[in-house]
Structure formats: C-alpha cells, structure tokens
Design a protein around this ligand. Structure first.
Ligand code: 5AD
Ligand code: FES
Length: 348
C-alpha cells in the first residue's frame, strides 16, 4: 500500500510534505522496507565504509540560553572548562595516531576564543596533518569571522538549525536567538565554500509529525553536505527538565528518510542516539547512517560537556571508544575506515 511512495522516494529523492507525513505516521509498517532502501542508497556512494570524526569539545562556556541545552549560560551548576590551544592540537595529534582524519572542534558560543586564536589552532592542525579535514562547530558568528576561519584552512562547519519551523524555534530559544540569523549563518557558510552540516533534534518539546515532514522538505531545499540529528534528551538543570525524551526508533526512521531524500549526504549516528538506546548507533547505521563521531576530548573534561543527562562514553579513553566502535560497526556488516571522508561532491 505504501510501496508506491517508498519506490518514488527511492527513485526521485522527493515527496510532498503530506506524503512524508503518511510514511512517518505509518512507520511501523514501512520501517524495514525503508531501511533496506536506505542501506542500498548509502552503498551506492559509500560501499560499506563508515567514516569517523574525532570530536574535541574544547569549551563548555556558552553565552546562549537554549532551553534544552545543559551547557546554557543559565545553568550555574555546570562546571565550566576551557582547553588551551596546546590541549586542542594535542587531542588532534592523539586522534591522528588512532586513525582519525577529521577533527571536529566543538564548543559553546564562548567569546574567550577570538578569531585569531581559533585561526591559529586550525592552521596548526592543518599544518601538522595536511591529510586531515578540520570541522568547526562554534555556533553563530558573523561573516567576517567565518571568512577568517575558512581562510585559516577550516574545511567544514556544523550548525544545526534545530527546527525548520520558525514558530517552533521561538519556543526552544530565548528571544535573543533568531531563526533568521541561523539561516543567515548557514548561507554565509555555504557561500564561503565550507562543507556544511545542518540538523535538528527529534522529539523536542512541541514538535509535531507535520514539523518532521517539513524538516525533510527543508533539508531538500538547503542541500547540506551533512545532516546531524539526534533525539532530544532532557537535562536536569534546564527549563525542559520535565519534558519527554525523543525516541531512538523515530530518529532511526528519519535517518532512513534523510538518506533517501539526500542519498549522498554524510549522516552520523549520533552520541544522543547511542544514549537514548544502548544499540542506537548500530541501529542508526542499519537505518542508513555512515558517520560516527567519537569523543577525543581529554577524559578529565568529558563529564563536563553534558548537553543532556546520561551521555555515554564520558569515562572511556579515546582508544577504548574506537576499539568498541570497530566491533559494534562490524556487527552491522560495515567497516570503519581511515579516511578524510569528504562529501562526494567535494572529494579530491
Ligand atoms: N538533547 C539532545 N540534543 C541536544 N543538543 C543540545 N542539547 C540537547 C539535548 N538536551 C544538540 C543540539 C545542538 C547539538 C550540538 O547538540 O542539536 O545543535
Ligand atoms: Fe565509547 Fe563504546 S564507543 S565505549
């Protein structure tokens, strides 16, 4: 009965919002058929290769106050830390030896790190490891700042839009944060030649199935190189502490829809997915994901970068996580590879 929709999505990468909604609302009946098509689409571009990105969470200071996020400025219980430039580049060196060829520098919006400091860190990593990509995930900045970071050699930028519905956006963030500015940032980043990652939380408070259907249209329109999604998970020291968590099952279903909508997109099975379900990352890969982003931050700070409660892998050494992940990935029939893992449109 849903065969025609699944077939058309697989062939054309596009459905109407109403059609996406039908699939989302009947996901029990279509999940496996969709996941199978999603795996086939992934294989066409990536074979059975899974890319890894070393995540360096270098500051948990943040000037913003997103209602969902554990490192929001208003959380006075958070123990704040900043890594020095040497600690950041050192984490990348460690990661290189473990087989990482992409480093993701992620932090809260922390004005302590000036453009100059960040550009220096990017240049150092790119000089020491010219065969690697540097991805930044530093939130909203002005065009000139993005331009300097790009000039310093940064290759990619992750900036989730969180929700494609501006009214919904306004219920997840204080008035100082504007959906329009998010879009401006994403456009600036694209125009500067970054490979750009956007994304949203699944099951954030107030999100409807129709919103999710609209997310797929938004992704199609924006044509990102990467899409990061994960279930919303409550954090005890945020206004959303009492809200229900998003589900791993729905997240995986959306991963399949995203894979079929943007077949060549780089699509991580995220840490939040692995937190919502102990087998979440494996299930994400079985649903069509092709990227994992293990933590490379020093173990001493890992418990402090808590965006949500219960985050996994906060006690493990980087070397332990990568071994653990290799075993987990093998069980899905895929294989972690030592590769930069550019988007096919950008591969050298
Ligand atoms: N639950 C799930 N994901 C969250 N993020 C922030 N807070 C939470 C939470 N409580 C996600 C946001 C952000 C990314 C870095 O982490 O989507 O963009
Ligand atoms: Fe960190 Fe399994 S990935 S312990």
């Amino acid at each position: 009965m849903y065969e025609e929709l699944i077939d058309r999505l697989s062939r054309t990468g596009a459905l109407s919002a109403e059609e996406y909604l039908v699939l989302i609302q009947n996901r029990e009946s279509v999940r496996e058929a969709l996941a199978e098509r999603a795996r086939t689409a992934r294989e066409r571009f990536y074979g059975n290769r899974i890319y890894i990105r070393g995540l360096i969470e270098f500051t948990n200071y943040c000037k913003n106050n997103c209602y969902y996020c554990g490192i929001r400025a208003g959380n006075t219980a958070a123990e704040r830390y900043r890594l020095s430039p040497e600690e950041i580049t050192g984490a990348a060196d460690t990661g290189y030896d473990l087989g990482f060829r992409t480093f993701v520098l992620q932090g809260g919006e922390d004005p302590f790190y000036t453009d100059e400091m960040l550009a220096d860190i990017v240049r150092t990593i790119k000089t020491r490891h010219p065969d690697c990509a540097v991805t930044l995930s530093l939130g909203e900045r002005d065009f000139e700042s993005y331009r300097r970071l790009r000039e310093a050699g940064a290759d990619r930028y992750l900036l989730r839009h969180e929700t494609a519905n501006p009214a919904h956006y306004a219920t997840l963030h204080p008035a100082a944060m504007r959906f329009e500015n998010r879009l401006r940032c994403i456009r600036d980043l694209k125009s500067l030649g970054f490979q750009v990652g956007i994304g949203f939380m699944v099951g954030s408070p107030g999100q409807t199935d129709r919103d999710l259907a609209d997310e797929l249209l938004f992704l199609k329109e924006m044509q990102p190189h990467m899409v990061g999604i994960g279930p919303f998970l409550p954090h005890q020291n945020t206004p959303f502490r009492g809200e229900a968590a998003g589900s791993a099952e729905l997240t995986c279903f959306l991963l399949s829809l995203i894979r079929l909508t943007l077949p060549s997109v780089l699509l991580p099975a995220t840490t939040a997915l692995g937190t919502a379900d102990p087998l979440g990352r494996e299930k994400g890969i079985m649903a069509g994901a092709n990227v994992l982003m293990p933590n490379l931050s020093p173990v001493s700070v890992r418990k402090k970068y808590l965006l949500y409660d219960g985050k996994i892998c906060t006690g493990e050494e980087a070397a332990q996580c990568i071994e653990c992940l290799k075993n987990r990935v093998r069980k899905t029939g895929c294989e972690i590879v030592v590769a930069k893992g550019d988007h096919p449109d950008r591969a050298d």
